[in-house]
Structures are given as C-alpha cells and as structure tokens.
Write a protein that binds this ligand. Structure first.
Ligand code: KG4
Ligand code: ZN
Length: 321
C-alpha cells in the first residue's frame, strides 16, 4: 500500500491506498476550529498543530486499516504548493518514515492530488477530461490528458473561488471557514433577491474580487439590524453568482476545447449548488473534495518515486514556479 501524508494548509491528513486505488483508511484532522478565532489560517499556528497531530493521525490511519508499517511499500507526501512551515512538517514525517524503512518516496503536487481524487475506486475516472479545480487557494481550469498531469488553460486573476466563499461568509457573519456555512445558509434564501454581477475576463480566466466588494456594499447599505433578516437571501444570491461564473466559464472552455467530459475537484466541489449545476460532470466524492491524503496517495500512483535515500534533500515549495 501507499501511505499518503498531506499537511499543506490546516488539515493534518494521512491515508492508506492500494496501488490499484482502493482507499483502506483516510484520516483528516481539521484545525479549522483552532484558526476560526483569527478569521483565517495562521501559518505558524498551523505548523505547530501539524507537529502535534502528525503522529496520532498516522497511528489512527494504520489502526483503521488494520495495517502496520510492514504493509506499505511507498510513502507519498505533498511538497507544495501551500504554507511552507506546514508542508515541512508532513515532508519531514514522510522522509523519516520512508528512510527508516528504506522505502521510496513520492513527492506530490497538491493540485495534482486534487485531480487524482477522481482516480480512486470504486468509480475511477479515465482521462481525457476538462477539470475545474476550485479550492481555497486555487481556481483553475485544467486540460487533463493523462493520469500523470495536466495543462493549465485558465486560472483566477485575483481571489480563488473558495476564498470568495470564505470572505463572503465572513461579511455575512457566518464564521470561518465559511464555504460550507454559506452553502447551508443559502438553502433558505432567494438566489434572485440580489443581483451580484461577476466580472467576465477574456479567455478562460476567472475574477472574484469585484463580487466580494459588491457583497460588502450590499451588507453596508442594509438598515441597522437587517442583516439577520436578509442573510439567507444575500448568501443565496452571492453563491449563485460564484456558481454561475464557475459553470459558465467551465462549459465555455469545454465547448471551445472540444472536451467531452467535465470534472470538478477541490473544496468548492463540495458546494451543493455547484454539484447541482454540474450534475452531468464527474464530481469528486464529497469526502475527497476538501484536503485529504487519499488524493495524495492516489496521485503518487502516477508519479515517479524517488528511491531511497535520494529524497532526503527534497524541499517544499510555497507556490508553483
Ligand atoms: O481544497 P480545500 O480543502 O483547500 C485548499 O486546497 O484550498 O478547499 C477549502 C475551500 C475553503 O475555501 C472552503 O470554504 C471551501 O473549500 N468549501 C466550500 C464548501 N466546502 C468547502 N465552498 C463552498 N461550498 C461548500 N460546501
Ligand atoms: Zn486543497
């Protein structure tokens, strides 16, 4: 089996996945509550928490799979992009484990990991497809031709879609991280109550920063005490604007590139309205949308491993070059 480790942001995660893509255990310890009081992830706090959580999360992963270190032949770990201190905790743990067992190590790009969430059993997707990757840190359109990688055909010029959800949720007093909370609040609201325009930029790129400002003004212009009453409508209308932007751009790109299949991955792929609007697409399973290590182990199946002990000098990177 492949042991996957993921610590790029505020989830400490480990997973055991077989070489043919069966998830035997997938453990995610979210630090969201720890960071919520700050309204966002504090990098140094995240690193320290990863340090505390790494060993217990790994132990629980093996326990759930009823496995031991003897059952793994490969270690896979996210080495970027992400918070550098957070990444280094997972990378160091992975190196230590791989080195102690003389195992090969596979460095995995976090974004490739999100795409590889589609390659797991019981319903693995076969390339080619056009992939919308929408998370807290990225909004990308990827032309996926094979399991090993992809070509970026579009990206956001400013905020990521998940960031737009999180900032919107914050403006509406829904806490952090707000994507899922905004999704829930929107269910009781009228998506046509407010008209939030989304910038159309040339090509296959996205832009969400204007939308956030529009919501800011709408909230600011409310009479005192009205936010409570209008929150669901604001959430529903705001969500509608983000989803519409994502769906329209993705469908336009698919048509222009002649892509026969659309897939959606990343934390925002958990959004109920987006899932409804792209019901004909291949959607990452809900449990694998937000950060996890099963997707990292999955990506490792299609990435060249570094033999022992070559990987000891391996470094993490914050952003893709
Ligand atoms: O993929 P992910 O776990 O982390 C990154 O790689 O960034 O994505 C996290 C993002 C957050 O912005 C979160 O608010 C958003 O995904 N998210 C959602 C939902 N669940 C998580 N956004 C909208 N609707 C949801 N149900
Ligand atoms: Zn992610």
């Amino acid at each position: 089996m492949i042991l996957g480790i993921e610590t790029s942001c505020d989830e400490t995660a480990a997973a055991l996945v077989t070489h043919d893509g069966v998830v035997r255990a997938n453990v995610v310890a979210s630090q969201a509550e720890l960071h919520s009081r700050y309204g966002g992830v504090v990098p140094e706090v995240a690193s320290r928490r990863h340090l505390e959580l790494a060993a217990p999360v790994l132990a629980e992963t093996f326990e759930r799979a009823k496995a031991t270190l003897n059952d793994i032949d490969t270690v896979a770990v996210t080495h970027g992009p992400g918070l550098i201190g957070a990444l280094l905790v997972g990378l160091s743990a992975a190196k230590a484990l791989a080195w102690s067992r003389r195992l090969p190590l596979v460095p995995v790009d976090h974004l490739h990991g999100h795409v590889a969430s589609l390659y797991l059993q019981p319903d693995p997707l076969e390339p080619p497809f056009l992939c919308l990757l929408a998370s807290g840190g990225h909004t990308l359109l990827l032309d996926v031709r094979d399991h090993a990688g992809y070509e970026v055909v579009g990206s956001t010029l400013d905020d990521a879609a998940g960031e737009a959800f999180d900032k919107g949720a914050r403006l509406l007093g829904l806490g952090y991280p707000g994507g899922a909370a905004l999704d829930r609040a929107a269910r009781d609201g009228d998506p046509e109550a407010y008209s939030f325009p989304v910038a159309t930029v040339p090509g296959f790129d996205f832009s969400f920063s204007g939308l956030k400002t529009a919501l800011l003004y709408a909230v600011r212009d409310l009479p005192a005490g009205e936010l409570e009453r209008r929150r669901a409508d604001l959430a529903a209308s705001y969500q509608r604007a983000i989803v519409r932007a994502l769906v329209e751009r993705t469908r336009a790109a698919a048509a222009e590139l002649g892509a026969k299949r659309i897939a959606v991955v990343g934390g925002v792929a958990a959004n109920s309205e987006l899932r409804g609007a792209l019901a004909d697409a291949a959607l990452a399973p809900l449990a694998l949308c937000t950060d996890n290590a099963a997707m990292i182990a999955s990506a490792a199946r299609f990435t060249e491993p570094l033999p022992f002990p070559q990987y000891l000098a391996l470094d993490a990177y914050a952003t893709a070059a």
